[in-house]
Design a protein around this ligand. Structure first.
Ligand code: ADP
Ligand code: MG
Length: 697
């Protein structure tokens, strides 16, 4: 029987109970699902190490030698067995904490030691190694690459460890070798030099050598990314057929704002507005991603585009991820729109808008008198009904998901045009996957006259030097931000840090005025403190990350980030973007301890080395890994990747997108006989994914 139709419970070494666990834990229902469980790593069992050669602590090694001495420490459950292993020239230590009574050691016997070394006091240790007497070592044990499979605690309790999985899969291999229907057509396999499904399955589990293992994995990664791209692009093609509101007019409000601006738009801003306007007048619904570095002027672009829509008789909204940001946008827009008087009516709706104040807003939206509504998730509530919502800006700040975006559409019959703005640039591979269904506009130019911020990484211990630097800047008339980290889990401690920092600064600069803001303050107090800093009454603003987004004080030239090691790269970049907004040279001081982890050091080095948000985003992806980034980019993506890695498989993402695009360009609905296999596979995937979608919408 074909593997796809053979129930997992009928496979050798499985049975009803194990089948149940496999279904629940790994979503393995059939024999085909089973062989599609790819190993997460391989260990080269054909290689034997000498103790003197050990250097990497993370890889498993095997060594031949004997046990020269051993002793137990402690009694009962706390017993610990420690042995010395000798490979002929060097020694290492073997340690067991558990099951000590089962470990039987013999002097003068040749052993094969297998395990993961770690270094402690200049000697290598192996905790709970596998120790096999040499005469029990079978040829298979030391042959080629040994695959390792993911398991869970529940699986292990049923004896389903990596070895057991391997046995089950090994038993299915004869059937795999007979042939498995491929999910990718021969033409694509040939064009992109990919292994067939059959060969890839054989070589992913029992590779001949490293190269065939890598080729097998590349095939599966490509396959995974290819179907993601087929889904994304098919969705995009479908949407291109949707009618959209036609907004051909460039009207009086747009012109009035344009003329009132105290500066010229950058060429990049102009280009992007043209791109968006082309979409608006096309008669099709726009779905566009606006990327641009911190300070590149995205807000103004969004506002001008809102006015395009308003001039054509439509309502618009700007959705922000936090109340602070929504407030900030509201203030910014009101300032920009002041010269236009009553011509544009802007309203603000957030979670803290009172029921009483909501009434006129709801009415204004219904009767069309509100032109631009700014708000948070509150905009998605059912009570919010529009007369004719035509244009939506989502200031993503990495927090709105595909599903939430889709929810906006049900608000009225014809979907509004959608512009998604990102707070910081997104690496290309991630953009193609997470935002792959959107057209992309990039503002790749900062307003003129900006001096790049100088970034300095400094040990927190050098306080005197830091204070004297601050003093000089303030004497020159500038202002300073001092930012402390704040993470939810440890809020009390962090507030204490902030308070201490504030007190220290007050002592160090008794003649200066210092503001302090944090998330726990009453909104009115916060506003007051903020206002004092913005108007220049206070010289230093001590704050938590509430200022990450929003504030715009051109006279502030120094950003001091305390405990910089506790911030992510994109957050540091955002914070740095708060300075360098005026004509004077600005500085960003990253303060950390002297002792740093490897990752932290890399992050600091990158921040010092570049101001380019795209480069920082790439580095962030490499350091944090795509899972983590995707998590923050989106509350959930329907595309769960099992083998491909967006941080390291960038090239495959591009190739897979290209392959998918070629197919859909010729056959958008996948109706051709030769494209049937893709349609069928997409249907299977959709069923598997419906679970994920349900969770986030
Ligand atoms: P972003 O949202 O992309 O980080 P902002 O929209 O906050 O950037 O813009 C940063 C600052 O630059 C704002 O004070 C804005 O008014 C100003 N600005 C925007 N466009 C221009 C321009 N073309 N020339 C000069 N200043 C500009
Ligand atoms: Mg902004």
């Amino acid at each position: 029987m074909e593997l796809a139709y053979r129930d997992i419970s009928y496979c050798k070494n499985v049975g009803a109970k194990r089948a149940d666990i496999l279904r629940k834990e790994l979503n393995v229902n059939t024999a085909l699902d089973m062989v599609r469980q790819y190993p997460y790593k391989y260990i080269d069992r054909s290689r034997f190490y000498k103790i003197a050669e050990l250097e990497d602590e993370d890889t498993y090694v095997q060594i031949i030698g004997e046990v020269t001495e051993w002793h137990t420490i402690g009694i009962g459950r706390a017993q610990r067995l420690s042995a010395t292993f000798f490979d002929g020239t060097h020694q290492c230590e073997l340690v067991w904490f558990k099951g000590v009574q089962f470990v039987k050691l013999q002097r003068g016997v040749k052993y094969l030691l297998f395990g993961k070394p770690s270094r402690f006091n200049h000697i290598y240790n192996f905790v709970h190694p596998e120790l096999t007497p040499w005469d029990k070592v079978t040829p298979e044990m030391t042959q080629g690459l040994e695959p390792y499979y993911n398991t869970t605690e529940k699986m292990k309790r049923m004896g389903l460890n990596s070895k057991a999985i391997r046995t089950i899969i090994a038993d299915l291999m004869p059937d795999v070798r007979k042939g498995v229907p491929d999910t990718i057509g021969m033409d694509i396999l040939q064009k992109y030099r990919l292994m067939t499904l059959r060969d890839a399955l054989v070589n992913v589990h029992f590779p001949k050598d490293t190269l065939s293992m890598q080729n097998a994995r590349a095939r599966f990664k490509f396959e995974e990314l290819f179907f993601v791209q087929l889904q994304i692009l098919r969705q995009m093609k479908r949407r291109e057929q949707f009618p959209g509101f036609a907004m051909p007019l460039v009207g009086s409000r747009f012109h009035a704002l344009y003329k009132s601006l105290p500066f010229d738009l950058t060429n990049a801003q102009k280009r992007v507005i043209h791109e968006i306007h082309d979409d608006l007048k096309s008669g099709h619904q726009m779905n566009r991603l606006l990327q641009g570095d911190v300070g590149s002027g995205k807000t103004l672009v969004a506002l001008l585009c809102c006015l395009l829509a308003v001039d054509n008789g439509y309502q618009t909204c700007i959705m922000a991820p936090t109340e602070i940001l929504a407030n900030q946008h509201y203030e910014t827009l009101k300032t920009f729109l002041a010269p236009l008087g009553d011509a544009v009516h802007v309203a603000l709706l957030t979670g803290s808008t009172t029921a009483k104040n909501r009434v006129p807003i709801h009415n204004g939206l219904m009767n069309g008198t509100i032109h631009i509504l700014i708000g948070t998730h509150a905009l998605l509530e059912d009570a919010v009904q529009w007369q004719n919502l035509g244009f939506v800006v989502i200031d993503e700040q990495h927090r709105f998901g595909v599903a939430q975006r889709a929810r906006l559409w049900t608000k009225n019959q014809t979907p509004p045009h959608i512009l998604v703005m990102t707070a910081t640039p997104i690496p290309r591979t991630l953009a193609m996957t997470v935002y792959g269904d959107l057209s992309v506009s990039v503002i790749d130019e900062l307003p003129p006259g900006r001096k790049p911020v100088q970034t300095i990484h400094q040990a927190i211990q050098r306080r005197a030097q830091i204070y004297s630097f601050m003093r000089k800047q303030i004497e020159a008339g500038r202002q300073i931000y001092v930012v402390y980290p704040l993470i939810q889990e440890n809020e009390k401690m962090d507030l204490l840090d902030l308070q201490n920092g504030y007190n220290e600064l007050c002592e160090a600069f008794p003649d200066l005025r210092i503001s302090m803001v944090h998330g726990q303050m009453k909104a009115a107090d916060k506003d007051l403190q903020m206002q004092r800093f913005i108007s220049g009454q206070t010289q230093i603003l001590v704050a938590t990350t509430v200022i990450e987004v929003g504030v715009n004080v051109p006279n502030a030239t120094v950003m001091i980030i305390q405990n910089a090691e506790r911030f992510g790269l994109s957050q540091l970049h955002q914070l740095r973007g708060r300075v360098g907004r005026g004509a004077d040279q600005s500085y960003c001081l990253l303060l950390t301890d002297l002792e740093l982890s490897k990752d932290t050091r890399k992050r600091m080095d990158i921040m010092v080395a570049t101001n380019d948000g795209f480069r920082i985003a790439e580095a962030d992806l490499q350091l944090r890994g795509p899972g983590d980034m995707q998590g923050t980019l989106q509350s959930g993506t329907p595309f769960e990747l099992h083998i491909a890695n967006l941080a390291t498989d960038g090239q495959l993402v591009s190739l897979a997108r290209q392959a998918a695009k070629e197919i859909l360009d010729k056959d958008p609905l996948l109706e051709d006989e030769m494209n049937r296999i893709y349609k069928r596979q997409l249907d299977i995937l959709r069923v598997q994914q419906s679970y994920n979608w349900g969770e986030i919408s």
